[in-house]
Design a protein around this ligand. Structure first.
Ligand SMILES: [Zn+2]
Length: 482
């Protein structure tokens, strides 16, 4: 607590997650990122007179998945509301959202800090709403802003936490866990750079030991998890400095400026009555039967925490490794595919983490689009385990596979037929010969140099005559004479 000068931060997060449905939440327009501006719009998502919204069932189902995965309660009856405000990227002048009767309430998300400490963040609610459009601000030479309405009506869930978070690091760890969860559920891409996951933070501070919350501000506009952490840190320090100098925190909305590393005042905070919420007259209440809830619950995948625990018991790997391997559903699936035909959980875990992830990260690819089939990794590891190839050769084969796209078998065969000039490889062979013939090594070093021919013969024999004699001769001299 020392770092906050006797103050304790109190933080709540509101995260908007864009649902991965094909179409928007109240119309049939495509919900996609990256299309030409204003191509995915229609009278409904633009709110033209006479148009009527119809709820996308998939959007409701995805929201239910999330609610059930966090142990929340799905409401049998929820109500859509109009949230009224004027903004250039909202042509209707209101946003369809949910207010006092959201689709889900309660639940919690357990998460873990880098130190290993376990934390729990309770959720207040999860509700469904539509997104607004996007303003494109002036580029050099322009004195106007443009608006892209493709995002109008894109389906969102808003996940609102209790003020359970006590530090910027906790906020970061919570967000990482939340992203992992939405990705596992396949309800959201989790891509913060594309705005598919957006976070607003409510921040206040209070003297340690005080029960009552301080006045809070809301910080918006962070576009990375590290940005959220930095913005919250900034705001905590700003509020503490303000209070210590005799000032008072004013309830307000601040925009994070990543370039300046500072939060700027946007407006003093509006209350919910400023939005004049009222029930959306064009949509009936959302009624969800218990049987629908049950069928969605049955469709939930194994969640990351449960999967990591199972990996520890089933494959005998360490908890840390299990967490790395279950970081994404695609990676966990990959590991399990390798394990279907290879029995050594630890060897597979090590290989995937160091070799495979190493190459993938280097190539800036990801496991979901990785072209190296898990079966091939299993074959390679089996060859190593059975002693047919050394671990070193396996790594060489793997590297070549990545470059040429050839199968390991063809690479190994090619290597077998080739003359061996690879020094490090021959060094391995010679070291083995030395180990088996210690007495001769000692004699040679004591002056019986005629034994040199013996070592050359052994090396040629061990490599099936494929060793490059010049390299062998140079290496042997070096290794025998030190
Ligand atoms: Zn539309």
């Amino acid at each position: 607590m020392a770092e906050y000068n006797g103050f304790e931060p109190v933080i709540g997060l509101e995260v908007h997650a864009q649902l991965l449905t094909e179409t928007k939440v109240f119309c049939g327009c495509k919900s996609a990122y990256g299309a030409s501006p204003n191509t995915y719009t229609c009278p409904i998502c633009l709110g033209l007179p006479g148009s009527l919204p119809v709820l996308n069932k998939k959007a409701a189902e995805y929201a239910m998945k999330m609610i059930l995965a966090v142990g929340g309660k799905v409401s049998n009856r929820s109500v859509f509301a109009r949230k009224n405000y004027f903004y250039p990227d909202l042509p209707k002048g209101y946003q369809i959202s949910q207010f006092d009767k959201p689709i889900g309430e309660g639940g919690s998300i357990p998460y873990r800090l880098d130190s290993g400490e376990e934390k729990l963040c309770r959720l207040i609610r999860i509700h469904l709403e539509e997104d607004a459009g996007k303003l494109l601000h002036p580029e050099a030479g322009e004195n106007y802003s443009r608006v892209d309405l493709n995002r109008c009506g894109a389906p969102l869930i808003e996940i609102v936490t209790e003020a359970d978070i006590r530090s910027p690091e906790e906020a970061y760890a919570y967000l990482v866990t939340l992203r992992q969860l939405v990705q596992y559920l396949e309800v959201c891409s989790g891509d913060m750079e594309k705005g598919h996951l957006r976070c607003d933070a409510n921040v206040s501070v209070r003297p340690v030991g005080q029960k009552k919350f301080g006045t809070r501000t809301e910080v918006k506009n962070m576009n990375s998890f590290k940005g959220v952490e930095r913005a919250i840190t900034y705001e905590i320090n700003r509020q503490i400095a303000l209070i210590q100098s005799g000032g008072e925190v004013i309830q307000a909305t601040l925009l994070w400026n990543e370039a300046k590393q500072a939060a700027e005042m946007m407006r003093t905070k509006e209350e919910s009555h400023d939005y004049r919420y009222f029930p959306e007259p064009d949509l009936v209440n959302l009624v969800i039967s218990d049987s629908w809830i049950h069928s969605v619950r049955d469709s939930l995948p194994e969640l990351p925490k449960a999967r990591a625990t199972r990996f520890v018991t089933q494959y005998g790997i360490r908890e840390y490794d299990a967490q790395v391997l279950t970081a994404t559903r695609a990676l966990a699936k990959y590991y399990e595919k390798v394990m279907e035909s290879f029995g050594d959980g630890i060897a597979a875990s090590n290989w995937i983490q160091t070799e495979l992830l190493g190459v993938i990260n280097q190539q800036k690819k990801d496991i979901a689009t990785c072209t190296i089939e898990p079966e091939i990794i299993a074959d390679l590891l089996t060859l190593v385990k059975s002693g047919k190839i050394s671990g070193k050769i396996a790594k060489t084969v793997f590297k070549e596979m990545n470059i040429s796209g050839k199968s390991p078998a063809s690479i190994i065969q090619k290597k077998v037929l080739e003359q061996i000039s690879d020094e490090s490889l021959l060094e391995e062979v010679i070291t083995e010969i030395f180990d088996k013939n210690q007495a001769n090594v000692t004699s040679y070093r004591a002056g019986k140099t005629a034994l040199f021919g013996f070592f050359v013969g052994q090396t040629m024999k061990a490599t099936g005559g494929r060793a490059n004699p010049n390299v062998v001769s140079t290496l042997l001299k070096k290794m025998l004479e030190g």
